[in-house]
Design a protein around this ligand. Structure first.
Ligand code: T1G
Length: 696
């Protein structure tokens, strides 16, 4: 018998407890259970008040996302809340953990909300490409006002209990036993004969904006971000606007229409795919709960350059002491100055308090003595991307580092197994590939070497989560997952320039697609010279990028690259256009018109093809892992779900056929469809179904 909801009594108070681990999601059985219990308590004359609470680590964290897209089963959440609305006895929601989405909406069917001190309350639907669909856009503004509700709904970010109390979202903070406190609160309401005003009937906080509707647009303007093609933010604004002039029952119907349109749309499907893909990425084959991570209380980072400095900040930001090593005092001084400057920038932006900067800087031990890493639990090397230099350093590190220390390299391309070979503790070595700026970018590619010990991998994953990164485990190959696919895109981008496109055409098509920036603007930001030097080492040439570098055009840092720069603003440069046209002539390439569609196909299809090879080789466990890498490491638009999910929506047969034609037209073997892509295209399969088959 499925009984995720129970009803018990504490004298004249009925207590309804939702118990559906892990996060009390509102699946069908839960909604039905709540409905039945509310009706039972409502109709029991001996019950004078009702408390609704959740068992386990959190109150209801929302609707059950896995049920979206499936046939609806009554009662819906709206029906459950409507039942609550009609209860003439005090109803109190007692919340802890993260009452989110439908969970918070459920509480807004109650007369009162009380919360444990550490509770975080919010409506995160926008992160799933949705809007609140059970009254949230109408009821939250009635409780906290539009100034507070608009940013909560548009950002999807939760607020802490004390802010919720101040805003009127909760009526009391309960220290100690939450349910006992809620029952006492209920009895106080009864004793004081407090008015039982339904949330849906509370308009006082809407009066000011209703009197001056233009104020609503001002509020929205303050909080609406650049949405680059996202549908949910506009729908959320349209729904919230209904609070100004539409009776709530009618407004909730409209909200529901907006919600249903989004839930059936590609964008929300893509963002829901990423929600689960991010959680699946944390599940590493062969690393079950029985594999215990090693304890990490002290970290050491070798190299205080851009990457080393950013990596070190991650540890200090979460209170872990970090030794940062440079091979000379000047470089160390520069590195520490950059770290301090980064912190001061956060203070100016208001995302950090001045006293926190001092606390964090106090956790740094800057030194030029490599010996100082001797008592670190994890050592991360972030020196120049050069194999001989890294090998020489690892040979030294392993002689100093204490037994059991995890030895990680931040290489972005090189062979981690080859680096491990210079040590006598291969099992302790792996890659931890951070992305620049390392103190900001959330992605962490954890490179599993062929001898990396399971508990070392588990330690790196745990450290990754502790420093608030999204860790994804990848195998050893050139460029791992992200950079390997990026190279496939980069080669094609250069070819498109030779064939007729200009940097602004290619970047324009990609930003229109949803990326924050295109390959050439990105190259100018990272520095054209970085790729140029590594290509020179490998004896390969990108005709246009290298010609620019040879002219000292390194990008933003020299004020000119693929674009001309005034500060950060870029504009096309006729000199670059001439350089490109001359290169086409020099290489005998006849220039032609290149459409946006072709640009997108030529940039992303080869990435997908490389992604398929990466899956075949087992460098990535699931296609979802690749999507998470591209979301958090390269700005792939979330509403497209990542390159592999997007490919599934385009259709693998179409992509395979286009790549095949491209291979024939260009003679470039790289475009020959990967075996996996061929197979899935022939079977009308998807990368997602391939992942499920493998997981089964
Ligand atoms: N539905 C189904 N499964 C869920 C879920 C949900 N809402 N939330 C979490 N899970 C699963 C998750 O996949 C994982 O499974 C396990 O629970 C633990 O999650 C009508 C339409 C609550 C802050 O968007 O943000 O309500 O991997 O690893 O880090 O208006 O989960 O173990 O098999 O993330 O402690 C709105 C989503 C839904 C909140 C906990 N709610 N969840 O974080 O654990 S839309 C949300 C979270 C809605 C209404 C609308 C987080 C968390 P597995 P976890 P965590």
């Amino acid at each position: 018998m499925d009984t995720p909801v129970s009803l018990r009594r504490d004298g004249n108070v009925a207590i309804i407890t939702i118990d559906n681990p892990p996060v009390n999601a509102l699946r069908h059985g839960v909604r039905k259970g709540i409905q039945n219990c509310v009706v039972a308590a409502r109709d029991d004359a001996s019950v004078e008040a009702i408390v609704i609470t959740g068992a386990g680590r959190t109150f209801v964290a929302g609707a059950d996302i896995t049920e979206f897209g499936k046939p609806p089963q009554p009662p819906s959440l709206i029906e459950v809340i409507a039942t609550l609305d009609e209860v003439k006895k005090p109803t109190i929601a007692a919340v802890h953990g993260t009452p989110l989405g439908g969970g918070l909406e459920l509480t807004m069917g109650c007369h009162f909300r009380v919360a444990a001190p550490s509770t975080r309350l919010g409506l995160p639907e926008i992160k799933l490409g949705l809007i609140p669909g059970a009254g949230g856009t109408q009821r939250l503004p009635r409780l906290v006002g539009l100034e507070k509700a608009v940013p909560m709904i548009l950002s999807g970010e939760p607020i802490p209990a004390k802010d919720a109390l101040a805003a009127g979202l909760v009526d009391a903070i309960i220290e100690g036993d939450l349910v006992a406190g809620a029952v006492a609160f209920a009895r106080k309401v009864l004793a004081e004969k407090r008015a039982l005003t339904r949330v849906k009937d509370r308009d006082e906080k809407l009066k000011e904006v209703r009197a001056n509707p233009a104020k609503f647009d001002e509020i929205v303007a303050q909080h609406v971000k650049k949405t680059r093609g996202l549908q949910a933010p506009a729908a959320a604004i349209d729904a919230i606007r209904l609070t100004l002039d539409t009776p709530i029952d009618e407004a909730q119907k409209k909200e529901r229409e907006f919600f249903l349109k989004l839930v059936g749309g590609e964008q929300s499907k893509a963002q829901r795919h990423l929600f689960f893909a991010e959680r699946d990425a944390a599940k590493v084959p062969g690393i079950g709960k029985e594999v215990k991570p090693r304890e990490v209380k002290k970290a050491a980072v070798i190299g205080a350059g851009t990457m080393g400095g950013g990596i070190s900040m991650n540890f200090a930001n979460v209170g872990i002491p970090v030794t940062i090593v440079e091979n000379n005092a000047d470089a160390l001084k520069r590195g520490m100055a950059t770290i301090e400057k980064n912190y001061q920038t956060s203070v100016q932006r208001g995302s950090l308090k001045a006293e926190d900067v001092a606390k964090r800087l106090a956790l740094f031990t800057p030194t030029t003595d490599l010996g100082a890493i001797k008592d670190a639990d994890i050592v991360i090397e972030a020196v120049f991307e050069n194999m001989p230099i890294k090998k020489e350093l690892f040979a030294k590190i392993e002689k100093i580092a204490k037994p059991g220390a995890v030895l990680a390299t931040n290489t972005s391309y090189l062979n981690v197994d080859e680096i491990a070979q210079v040590t006598h503790r291969h099992g302790d070595v792996l890659g931890m590939h951070f992305f620049s700026p390392a103190n900001v970018m959330k992605l962490l590619e954890i490179v599993r070497g062929k001898d990396t010990a399971p508990d070392v991998l588990a330690t790196a994953m745990a450290v990754g989560r502790t420093i608030r990164k999204v860790p994804v485990v990848v195998g050893v190959c050139h460029g791992f997952v992200g950079n390997r696919m990026l190279s496939a895109r980069g080669i094609e981008a250069e070819k498109l320039l030779l064939e007729g496109a200009l940097p602004q055409d290619v970047d324009g098509a990609l930003t229109e697609f949803g990326f924050p920036m295109g390959p050439f603007a990105m190259s100018d930001l990272a520095g054209i010279d970085v790729g140029w030097r590594s290509r020179k080492e490998r004896g390969v040439r990108n005709e246009i990028a290298d010609s620019l570098a040879e002219q000292g055009r390194f990008g933003q840092k020299t004020g000119r690259g693929f674009y001309l720069y005034e500060g950060r603003s870029a504009r096309p440069d006729p000199e670059v256009e001439k350089l490109i046209v001359d290169a086409s002539v020099r290489l005998g390439v006849k220039r032609r018109n290149v459409s946006k569609e072709e640009i997108i196909e030529r940039l992303i299809y080869p990435m997908v093809n490389e992604g398929a090879r990466i899956l075949e080789e087992g460098i990535a466990t699931r296609s979802g892992d690749i999507d998470v890498v591209w979301l958090y490491g390269y700005g792939f638009p979330a509403w497209r779900g990542g390159p592999m999910h997007w490919a599934d929506t385009v259709g693998l047969k179409k992509i395979r056929d286009r790549l095949h034609r491209l291979a024939q037209e260009s003679g470039d073997k790289r475009h020959e469809p990967a075996a996996l892509l061929n197979r899935l295209a022939d079977e009308s399969g998807t990368f997602d179904s391939y992942g499920q088959q493998k997981a089964a």
